[in-house]
Design a protein around this ligand. Sequence first.
Ligand code: MG
Length: 204
Amino acid sequence: MKIFCVGRNYVEHARELQNEIPSEPVIFMKAPTALLKSEEALFYPDFTKDLHYEGELVVKISKNGKKIQEKFAHKYYSEISLGFDFTARDLQSQLKSKGLPWELAKSFDGAASVGTFLSKEDLMDKEGHYNFTIFKNNLVVQEGNTAMMLFSIDKIISFISQFFTLQQGDLIFTGTPSGVGALKIGDELKGQIKEQIVVKTVIK
Ligand code: MG
């Protein structure tokens, strides 16, 4: 199982971190050991003093494929959920400033919490997009709509599959909207899509 993530897929988030707006998807990966199931706690890592949440829509690949055309990409996923791309922001900033890879800041144990997967048709709005809301300690901190993505889910699937064979069960974190922020021990994160809380992670 592979975990792909898209960086800077919402303009407002790219701006809040003073990043350039990319002309093609920014892709990175997390190790399978980064996976954290909903309701499991994330223990605040001792190598960071600035752990951030990034609430994201997560797509689960439903069949194997490579070099998938964008127009056929919708056939390769049937379920979506929400998850958190946990980031050691201080460590990531150090690595970025040196032009080094991000894995230490993004792929550590527990850095990818993922909720319950539900049928994409059931979660879609009338325009075929997905609306989601992220709560920290029951206050809204992020609101996303996939219509605001720079690169659509279908585009992302097509792009990744030009380089990697996508396999059933692979996950794609599709990028975070603005409103990312720091966490402390005791914080509770929840992600809601279409009135349903699908992911919950507590920081311990
Ligand atoms: Mg992210």
